[in-house]
Write a protein that binds this ligand. Sequence first.
Ligand SMILES: [Zn+2]
Length: 166
Amino acid sequence: MREGDAPRTVQCYHCRRFFDVPARAMSIGCPWCYKRVGLDDLTIKGVCWTSKIQTCGRVVVRPRSTLVAPLIEASQGIDVHGSCEGTLVTGGRIYVGPKARVRGSLRAPSIVVEKGGVIDGAMVRIAVARPEADATTGVPRLPRGADPELRPVIRVPEWVKGLRMG
Ligand SMILES: [Zn+2]
């Protein structure tokens, strides 16, 4: 098996449960709630206004690009290099690049703001998704490769003003 062909674990954004998917699948029916989930990475280039964006992959907002959506949910992480407005939710990391600007609210286990990046009047909640407990053992099922010692981390430089922890 080549690198990158191994199944990966994703979290359904409808029912929040974890399951394994083939490495190259682009969308799949959730085995728990049977709803269809998108698995691909979404790259925003130019200006995008939409009602919501949801994927089990990543969302990347390219430099000089704008994404405006009430809900932006990407299980594996959100990288903002341009500007982004809405409610950002991820089980991965929110990255705010040096020329990026984010307005709205953010919920993620990890938020990284580069010097020069701006979080504007946001509610920020550092939250780790709670994995489902295994039905037979009661042991929480962590995604494959997840660090069991995972702790919420935030790295926001002191010059970031107006950050409220909720
Ligand atoms: Zn589901």
